[in-house]
Write a protein that binds this ligand. Structure first.
Ligand code: ATP
Length: 670
């Protein structure tokens, strides 16, 4: 049985010893003991933070924030579409007819430190968009300014002190909680810390977040609330000062909701600024927030403390009915249930977020100038002395990601196990269908069909597997890359290297089965040539799949992959020989990697001056002499090394293109 905590370091670790019950407990200090009942003790969290250098809390001010998106082909949306989509007719106000839609309408606001802030509003009000803008995740179509401690936000520096946890938990489901945490620690904590020191940080965080007992549970098996807490725990490793959480309570039961919000509250009260979007919290959940920012159709209706919401509405002449949850009431107002004029009225009253009079101590809120004086540039210079990009070096990122990749590959039933099984099964099937066809002069055309079928297999399986699985990996990449875990370069090198041995083994197993069952010439050189061309085809197809998977979702990719492969097959020289291709289409044979694959396989089997074939199964064997056959299919046996070169260029070009597309995609989603 794997023992709790053992994964953080290793089984021989001196920092852990089993107690009488067999459960491993840390031996260092009593504060490390797992917290059984309430996972969210503030005391413990303080200890965690004390281990990591802390920075002064930050004051965020945003001014005149606008966000406009292009509607693409839906230049003008019909009004009924918008009403159906939102369930809240006020959304119409956000539409322009010139093919653009303004989501946020010049909102202002202030996010004070040590506060848990809720951004509330009806569905489609622009909560997530505002969070995207404030976290720096969305940059295109955004106007206005964000100030950090009185100075304009520099995104690179801001990202070093903040993190963004999106609505969908993007976790490595195949890794356990402990492994996920160790990986984050290896990427986000200084490399000079040894595994025991990192283990201590992880233990503290997991204990305080109530996840210590689940250390050996895989992330995919956690409940919704536990997954949310793990997402927070992963980001807490770098001790961010500002945390943005998009709908952390969505999909959770009321007790898990309170757990997560209480956790955020205790993290905020330690000196962080925590901003969450929430849909419609219950009265008790609402009371846990310190501060609330209410949006309706991209404008601010209220900004102030949670407790001040009721007096604010009372003063506005829209008193909250008795026994009514104020959070429900403001959402109803924001939805226009009490008339659309109320939205405009409240937006004007709140001055679209400029009015700070409903804050806890409005008179104590420092001006921008006072903040600049409080945090002079000389102090900022010291704080900004850390690394400009990710926390650890590229080589460390690559090696950690390679380790993660192999761990995942070992457990991945689709990418590894199924792939191996498919190669064995298809190999046996093809081998049985074309049994002993390789030596027989009367079955040369059959053997030719087999070589093409082999190419089809090497093209389709890796390409489709990549197209189907990469989009889900992509969402994790977007999150981790945005939160500065690693660079795209390190990630790309790691996935390339991790996949290589799996491709080699699958392809080798397949080649041995098919080659021997179909009685191809028993010659090591020919087999190696056959295997090399097969492997190259796999690598090209995989790179092609990666290009598609990087840009398109699963549905579009599943259509595009095979559709774009058809021309490759047409120009491969199978069916229509290269000689018979119309001159104006001959260029197609140069851009079809299958042509080089087929030529290479034929070169391996029938080239190298292969002697006359057997003719045991027929009276007359037309293709008994391999040269006759090669002439017929218009392929030269001497082109093998050119084919290898062409396929190498394909791998290199497609891999580079996939990298550039990934890079573009990471920017485009923002
Ligand atoms: N890229 C985009 N293109 C077109 N419309 C968009 C885009 N992004 C957001 N929107 C629209 O902007 C509006 C606000 O979206 P946003 O996701 O911010 O709302 P929300 O308040 O977070 O809603 P919910 O609570 O349902 O998640 C919605 O009508 C949404 O359809």
């Amino acid at each position: 049985m794997m023992l709790a905590g053992a994964q953080i370091v290793d089984e021989q670790s001196v920092a852990y010893r089993p107690d009488m019950s067999g459960t491993v407990r840390p031996s260092a200090s009593p504060s490390h003991a797992p917290t059984p009942a309430s996972p969210l003790g503030t005391q413990g969290l303080r200890q965690t933070v004390a281990k990591i250098p802390n920075r002064d809390p930050v004051d965020i001010h945003f001014s005149n924030i606008t966000c406009t998106v292009s509607l693409g082909i839906n230049k003008v949306l019909p009004p009924h579409y918008l009403i159906e989509q939102s369930g809240c007719s006020v959304k119409n106000r956000g539409v322009k007819t010139e093919g653009q839609k303004q989501i946020l309408h010049g909102v202002h606001g202030r996010l004070r430190p040590r506060q848990l802030i809720a951004i509330m509003g009806p569905s489609g009000a622009g909560k997530s968009t505002l969070l995207d803008v404030l976290s720096g995740y969305r940059i295109s179509g955004v106007g206005g300014a964000v100030f950090i401690n009185g100075r304009g936000r520099v995104l690179k520096k801001f990202k070093r002190m903040s993190c963004y946890i999106q609505q969908d938990d993007r976790l490595q489901g195949l890794l356990t909680v402990g492994e996920n945490m160790m990986l984050a620690a290896d990427l986000k904590l200084p490399t000079k810390l040894d595994k025991y020191e990192k283990g201590e940080v992880i233990e503290d965080i997991l204990t305080n977040l109530g996840l210590y007992e689940h250390m050996n549970t895989s992330a995919a098996q956690l409940s919704g609330g536990q997954r949310k807490r793990l997402s927070i725990a992963l980001e807490l490793i770098s001790n961010p000062l500002i945390m943005f959480l998009d709908e952390p309570t969505t999909g959770l039961d009321s007790s898990s909701c309170s757990n997560v919000v209480e956790l955020c509250r205790s993290l905020a009260h330690q000196g962080r600024t925590i901003v969450c979007t929430v849909h419609q919290p219950s009265a008790s959940l609402f009371a846990l927030f310190d501060h609330v920012y209410v949006l309706a159709a991209g404008s601010c209706l209220y900004q102030g403390t949670t407790a001040n919401l009721v007096p604010y509405l009372h003063q506005a002449g829209l008193p909250c009915p008795m026994y009514h949850n104020p959070a429900d009431y403001i959402i109803e107002l924001a939805c226009g249930e009490y008339g659309e004029d109320k939205i405009e009225y409240l937006t004007n009253k709140a001055e679209n977020g400029r009015d700070l009079s409903w804050f806890e101590e409005p008179e104590g809120i420092p001006s921008m100038e006072a903040l600049r004086k409080q945090y002079p540039l000389s102090v900022l210079k010291e704080q900004d002395s850390g690394p400009a990009g990710e926390e650890t070096s590229q080589s460390n990122q690559t090696s950690v990601l390679i380790k993660r990749g192999f761990k995942k590959a070992k457990r991945d039933s689709t990418m590894t196990h199924l792939r191996l099984v498919v190669n064995v099964v298809v190999g046996i099937m093809l081998g049985s269908l074309f049994i002993k066809a390789g030596n027989e002069g009367s079955r040369v055309i059959e053997n030719y069909n087999l070589l093409f079928a082999i190419l089809m297999h090497h093209m389709m399986s890796p390409m489709m597997l990549t197209i189907l699985t990469f989009p889900s990996e992509m969402s994790i990449l977007i999150k981790e890359h945005f939160n500065r875990w690693y660079s795209l370069g390190s990630y790309y090198i790691s996935i390339t290297l991790v996949d290589l041995p799996i491709s080699i083994v699958s392809c080798l197993v397949f080649s041995i089965i098919v080659y021997t069952m179909s009685s191809q010439p028993l010659d090591v050189v020919r087999f190696l040539m056959f295997f090399a061309i097969s492997l190259y085809t796999v690598l090209v197809a995989q790179s092609f799949g990666l290009m598609i998977g990087a840009v398109f979702n699963v549905v579009n990719g599943t259509f595009l992959g095979p559709a774009l492969s058809v021309p490759m097959m047409m120009f491969a020289g199978f069916g229509v020989t290269l000689r018979d291709l119309p001159p104006y289409l001959y260029w197609g044979s140069y851009v079809s990697y299958l042509r080089y694959g087929l030529e290479g396989l034929i070169g391996a089997i029938y080239g190298l001056e292969r002697p006359t074939l057997d003719c045991n199964q027929a009276k007359y064997c037309h293709y008994r002499y391999p040269r006759t056959f090669l002439k017929e299919v218009a392929m030269s046996p001497d082109m093998f090394w050119w084919d290898v070169l062409a396929l190498t260029v394909f791998v290199f070009v497609l891999r580079t293109a996939a990298f550039l597309l990934l890079k573009w995609k990471l920017k485009a989603v923002r």
